[in-house]
Design a binder for this molecule. Structure first.
Ligand code: B12
Ligand code: SF4
Length: 523
């Protein structure tokens, strides 16, 4: 049977659609005769989605529609597609002033409308594309996957057409089988209306496929709009250097989606991929790994890659990534600066070693500081985003004071204007240790809908439990009022005004308590 594969990246903010690029590259390497096409709704204006999808299906007449859905969850401290979701929610939940509460309620309503509209619109696009493709190819089939589907695979299946394959995690092995017409029973997927998701499906290991450099010469031929992403030179194009993360941070699902086993993409292949983009004018790269240096034993791999980038003569690039700064050495710091790392995010979550341990993050905060000093000494003079999520577990006024002490030390190292405190509240995700903790604490009941944006559920999923929930609510409201453009720094300043700052040594030491044993036994 002839296979014609159409990859539809569902609407998304303009982030390079690396997932469908890699999938189509993989399939082409295995089946060079299979006709493929990439169609990116991220590059189409919203009013034209349906029309543009129809035109693409009419023209290509696919037998397999591969829908890639990147993100659904929108809680973030920054302006999202429907406004600033965190601000709206907090104004509604915590404001004393009725006018502000009303503004929050209206903002929240607007947000909920835009959230559900997007959800239904994307589900509608899947149905529409499949229906239209069947006019030409009655045997046409749809398969859905991507970050959003991996997180919400159990819920999304309920609203998709019968026969749709719902995929969790990486799609390479699954697509291979679909093209060969083989049985899918061993893959991380289920078929709507025919099979149900296996228990703990998401915890199953991904296939061990060694990645080779993406062939962009081929990608250009199947993706007419590729040049859209080459025009804006400030854009960071995704390049993956490894998959998987061995850690267990209590709120994180990456380690389940990508698996705990770290699989390194060979450095020569990564460099060959960067080179192709470089030759097309790209200078900014985002290493899309869950963590660029997941543990100390992967330091050598990072060193090898960066050395090879220099050896390839690509000395005028910039790159960014999520970095576990506990895994740096002076040599690596030097290479990071030499190869043009100009932004990184560290997700320490709290500046209190005691809490960092309770959240099972495996970080030694003292080592992070030492490594940051090495990075500064190596000449790093750009922006660092430090992700803090207050009130995850057992937060107290003392642990808040410790976080402030820690943050001020980071500011002393890099310069206050270079360290951006990104204040997140955790959006609780299914299949995480934090979800189990919420069940045990009876904050959530098994069977809750993790995709619901109804105020009573959203209030629990936007993790900020009492007794400190209202306190943080008030702090954030004040910060937005004072200066919403510098929210993170305002939050830190207000907390310090109200609570003071601990001694750094207290932040860095974590006495073992009996109580902690109970928490770490969760999950
Ligand atoms: C790197 C990253 C970022 C970077 C991206 C930088 C860049 N220029 O590319 C930055 C920091 C900018 C970012 C931002 C955000 N991100 Co982000 N990000 C990631 C991360 C860690 C990796 C994504 C990636 O590129 N992986 C590498 C590529 C190759 O994999 P992939 O695209 O997922 O595709 C593979 C599979 O998904 C699958 N696949 C994909 N499509 C399909 C389709 C089919 C049919 C099949 C079978 C398989 C399949 O196969 C592909 C190849 O193996 C993931 C978490 C994770 N570990 O997956 C979160 C993740 C994608 N992000 C997420 C979110 C929410 C966001 C934000 C919206 C956060 C926020 N609230 O602000 C923002 C904004 C994004 C936007 N659209 O504007 C969520 C999305 C799910 C959700 N909860 O809704 C994820 C899954 C994290 C999470 N668990 O919450 N992100
Ligand atoms: S280190 Fe990062 S990616 Fe890994 S489990 Fe922790 S939060 Fe998730």
């Amino acid at each position: 049977m002839e296979n014609r594969v159409l990859y539809v990246r569902l609407p998304c903010n303009p982030i390079f659609p690396i997932g469908v690029v890699y999938l189509s590259d993989h399939i082409h390497k295995l089946f060079p005769d299979v006709e493929q096409r990439i169609f990116d709704l991220g590059a189409v204006p919203p009013l034209d989605y349906a029309k543009a999808l129809d035109a693409s299906v009419d023209e290509f007449q696919p037998t397999l529609l591969v829908f890639s859905w990147r993100d659904i969850q929108i809680y973030a401290p920054v302006g999202g597609r429907g406004g600033n979701p965190l601000q709206n929610a907090f104004e509604f939940y915590y404001a004393n002033n009725p006018l502000i509460k009303m503004r929050g309620a209206l903002g929240g309503l607007r947000l909920a409308v835009s959230y559900y509209t997007e959800l239904w619109r994307n589900l509608g696009l899947v149905k529409r594309g499949l229906h239209r493709a069947r006019k030409y190819r009655p045997e046409a089939r749809a398969v859905v996957g991507g970050g959003a589907v991996s997180v919400f695979y159990e819920q999304l299946g309920r609203s998709l057409p019968r026969g749709t394959v719902v995929s969790v995690g990486e799609g390479e092995a699954l697509l291979e089988k679909l093209i060969k017409g083989e049985d899918l029973a061993q893959e991380r997927c289920y078929v709507v209306g025919e099979t149900v998701p296996r228990d703990r499906l998401i915890h199953e290991k991904p296939a061990n496929i060694e990645k080779t450099a993406c062939n962009y010469q081929y990608i250009e031929t199947i993706w007419p709009e590729f040049s859209y992403y080459l025009q804006d030179l400030d854009f960071y194009i995704g390049v993956q250097t490894k998959r998987g993360c061995p850690h267990n941070c209590c709120y994180c699902i990456y380690t389940v989606i990508e698996g705990k086993q770290v699989r390194i993409n060979p450095a020569d292949e990564v460099v060959a991929e960067i080179r192709q983009l470089y030759d097309r004018g790209i200078r900014n790269f985002w290493f899309t790994d869950a963590q660029f240096i997941p543990a100390r034993k992967f330091i050598d791999d990072a060193v090898e890659l960066l050395q090879k980038i220099i050896a390839a003569g690509m000395t005028d690039i910039h790159w960014a990534a999520y970095i576990r700064a506990d895994n740096l050495t002076p040599e690596l710091c030097d290479l990071m600066v030499k190869t043009g790392m100009n932004y990184f995010e560290i997700g320490i979550t709290s500046g209190s070693q005691e809490l960092v341990r309770k959240m099972r993050m495996g970080y030694n905060l003292r080592v992070v500081l030492e490594n940051c000093r090495d990075l500064k000494a190596a000449g790093f003079n750009d922006l660092v985003s430090v992700n803090y999520s207050f009130n995850v577990m057992d937060e107290t006024f003392e642990t808040i004071r410790q976080t402030i002490a820690y943050h001020r030390e980071l500011e002393r190292i890099f310069g206050a204007d270079k360290v951006e405190p990104a204040i997140f509240f955790i959006g609780l995700q299914p299949h995480t240790i934090l979800e189990e903790y919420a069940f045990k604490q009876e904050i959530l009941q098994p069977g809750y809908d993790p995709m619901s944006l109804m105020p009573w559920t959203a209030r629990k999923l936007l993790w900020n439990p009492e007794p400190l929930g209202s306190f943080f609510g008030q702090i954030c409201l004040e910060a937005w009022q004072r200066n919403s453009n510098d929210f993170g720094r305002e939050v830190m300043a207000i907390l310090e005004e109200k609570l003071g700052c601990a001694d750094l040594e207290d932040a860095l030491s974590a006495p073992i308590e009996i109580k902690e044993k109970q928490l770490t036994s969760v999950g």
